[in-house]
Design a protein around this ligand. Sequence first.
Ligand SMILES: [Zn+2]
Length: 88
Amino acid sequence: MGEERRPAASRVRCPKCRSKTLALTETGEWGSTFYVTDGRLDRGQGFHEPGCIFRVDAQCALCDHTWKVRGAVQITDCVIEDQESDHA
Ligand SMILES: [Zn+2]
């Protein structure tokens, strides 16, 4: 217990000033799908997608530079996974 609240190591740093203090924003789309069957819209059958995140934007806290995090589609792509081999 408590392990998950540990801050994760971020692999993101400002390409301009090399700062590692920044804000990360997941950006995506929300969607609601409704089905029309033979011309009749069934409003009770709509469901809401939890959101498709497709990119992560970053903003440097020091120089205000903003950029898109390369290769990241969600926040978990921005952290360095814990290496289990660290318990010697
Ligand atoms: Zn910066």
